[in-house]
Design a protein around this ligand. Structure first.
Ligand SMILES: NC(=O)c1ccc[n+]([C@@H]2O[C@H](COP(=O)([O-])OP(=O)(O)OC[C@H]3O[C@@H](n4cnc5c(N)ncnc54)[C@H](O)[C@@H]3O)[C@@H](O)[C@H]2O)c1
Ligand SMILES: N[C@H](CO)Cc1c[nH]c[nH+]1
Ligand SMILES: [Zn+2]
Length: 390
C-alpha cells in the first residue's frame, strides 16, 4: 500500500492547489478523455433513462428494496435514552450533513455500488449526497449508473474518478464542495487516496480490490468453489481468491479451473487436516468475503472472528450479497476486516451522548469526581462540581 500512497500523493496535492483545472488534466491523463464539464446535467440523466432497458430499471428497484429492508432493520436506534432515576442519559445518532460517494468505474461500471452507498446514506438522513465516478472514453457516465443515482436521490453527480475524485470530495474545488464523509470502494489508487485524506475527512474504511476466501470440506463441489474465486478475480488483476479446504481433490480441481480462466490471477489454495485449522487461516487473512461450504456451516461460522461478510452454504454465493439479497457489498479489504466493518447507515452518522443529572444524582457522584479530579491535579474540575452543590 505504501508504494501506492506515494504514487497518489502528488495527485492529491495537485487537486488541492489547482482545483477544477487539476481534475480536468488528471482525467485526461488517467481516463484518457478531455471533459468540458465536471458536473452531470439533468439532460444527461434524462438521456440515460432512454438508453437503459426497463427490465434493468426494475431489477435495480427490486435490489434497492431488499437493500433498504436490511439496512433499515439493522439501523441503530436514533436516540437511546435511559432514565436512571437521578439522571437521564442518552446516545443520539446524527447524520453527517454532506456525504461523498465514490462509485468505481474503471474496468467495469458499478450501478450496484450506487445502491450500496446511497441507500444507507439516505436512511441515515444525510442532507446532501454527492457522487463521483470516472467518465468513459466519450466523457459520459454509464447510463445505468446515472439511473441508479437518480433513483437513489443523489443530489450532485460529477464525472471524475480515481484519487483525483477523492481529493476533490475531501478538499473541495470550484465545482465540488467538500464533504464530511467519503464512502465507497475502488481500486488500489482510490483506496490509497482515501487513506491519505482520512486525516482531514472521515472515510468509511479501506475498501480496495475484491477478495474472497472459501472454506470447503468434502461436502463442497469444486465447480462451485472455483466459480466463487472467478467471480471475485474478474474485478481486478489485484483481486485475491483464497481456498482453505480439507479436500485435496477440491484443491487440485479448483486450481486447474481457475488457472484456465485467470492464469495470472492471485489465487492461494491451502489444504488442511481439520476444518478448524482452515478457519484459523481465514481469521489470519480477514477476507472481505468468506464463503463456508462445509458440514454444519453454522458451527464453523461460530469460530469466525474476522471477515467483512459471510456466506453460508451451497446456495449463498457472494454475488447474492453483491447485488440483491440486501447486505452491503462495500466491505473492508487487505486485512482491514480485522478492525473495520462494511458500510451501513451508521457509516453516515455520528453519535453524541447527553445527560441531565438531578441535584441528588450529582451529590452521589461528587465524591468520586472530586477524588479523581484532584488525583489528576485538576482542581477546577473538582470545584466545578462542588460549587454547584453549595
Ligand atoms: N471492497 C469493496 O467493497 C469493493 C466493492 C466493489 C468494487 N471493488 C473494487 O473496486 C475496484 C474498481 O476498480 P476500477 O479500476 O474498475 O475502477 P475505479 O473507479 O476504482 O478506478 C478507476 C480510476 O483509477 C485511476 N487510475 C487508473 N490507473 C491509474 C494509475 N496508474 N495511476 C493513478 N490513477 C489511476 C483513474 O483515475 C481511474 O478513473 C476493483 O478493485 C474492485 O475489486 C471493491
Ligand atoms: N464483489 C464486489 C465487492 O468486492 C461488489 C460487486 C459489485 N458488483 C459486483 N460485485
Ligand atoms: Zn463482485
Amino acid at each position: 500500500m505504501d508504494e501506492f500512497i506515494e504514487k497518489v500523493k502528488p495527485v492529491i496535492e495537485k487537486v488541492k492547489k489547482e482545483g477544477d483545472k487539476a481534475l480536468i488534466e488528471l482525467t485526461e491523463k488517467f481516463d484518457g478523455v478531455k471533459i468540458s464539464r465536471i458536473a452531470v446535467t439533468e439532460d444527461e440523466i434524462e438521456e440515460a433513462y432512454e438508453r437503459v432497458d426497463d427490465e434493468l430499471v426494475d431489477a435495480l428497484e427490486l435490489a434497492k428494496e431488499n437493500i433498504e429492508r436490511f439496512h433499515y432493520i439493522t439501523m441503530p436506534d436514533r436516540d437511546i435514552r435511559i432514565d436512571f432515576g437521578d439522571m437521564i442519559m442518552g446516545k443520539r445518532y446524527i447524520p453527517v450533513e454532506r456525504a461523498g460517494l465514490y462509485i468505481p468505474g474503471g474496468r467495469a461500471s458499478y450501478p450496484s455500488t450506487v445502491l450500496m452507498s446511497a441507500v444507507p446514506a439516505n436512511l441515515a438522513g444525510v442532507d446532501e449526497i454527492v457522487a463521483c465516478t470516472p467518465p468513459d472514453a466519450e466523457g459520459k457516465i454509464h447510463p445505468l449508473t446515472l439511473v441508479a443515482m437518480d433513483i437513489c436521490g443523489v443530489d450532485e453527480i460529477y464525472r471524475v474518478g480515481g484519487a483525483q475524485a477523492i481529493a476533490a470530495m475531501a478538499y473541495g474545488t470550484e465545482t465540488i464542495k467538500r464533504v464530511e464523509k467519503i464512502a465507497g470502494p475502488g481500486n488500489i489508487y482510490v483506496t490509497a487516496a482515501k487513506l491519505i485524506v482520512s486525516k482531514d475527512v472521515s472515510i468509511d474504511m479501506p475498501a480496495g480490490p475484491s477478495e474472497v476466501m472459501i472454506l470447503a470440506d468434502e461436502n463442497a463441489d469444486a465447480e462451485t468453489v472455483a466459480l466463487e474465486c472467478l467471480a471475485q478475480l474478474e474485478h481486478d488483476p489485484m483481486a485475491r481468491a483464497f481456498v482453505a479446504t480439507t479436500s485435496k481433490k477440491i484443491a487440485s480441481e479448483v486450481e486447474k479451473r481457475v488457472r484456465d480462466v485467470f492464469p495470472g490471477g492471485i489465487l492461494e489454495i491451502k489444504v488442511f487436516e481439520k476444518i478448524g485449522d482452515a478457519v484459523e487461516f481465514a481469521n489470519s487473512i480477514a477476507p472481505e468475503h468468506l464463503v463456508i461450504i462445509t458440514e454444519n456451516h453454522w458451527q464453523v461460522f461460530e469460530k469466525v472472528r474476522h471477515a467483512g461478510s459471510v456466506f453460508l452454504g451451497r446456495y449463498s454465493p457472494v454475488a447474492a450479497g453483491d447485488y440483491a439479497s440486501g447486505t452491503n457489498h462495500i466491505l473492508p479489504t487487505g486485512g482491514f476486516a480485522r478492525m473495520y466493518s462494511g458500510v451501513s447507515a451508521e457509516t453516515f452518522m455520528k453519535s453524541m451522548t447527553y445527560q441531565e443529572i438531578s441535584r441528588e444524582g450529582l451529590e452521589k457522584l461528587s465524591t468520586i469526581i472530586s477524588k479523581l479530579a484532584r488525583a489528576e491535579g485538576l482542581e477546577w474540575h473538582a470545584k466545578s462540581v462542588e460549587e454547584r452543590l453549595k
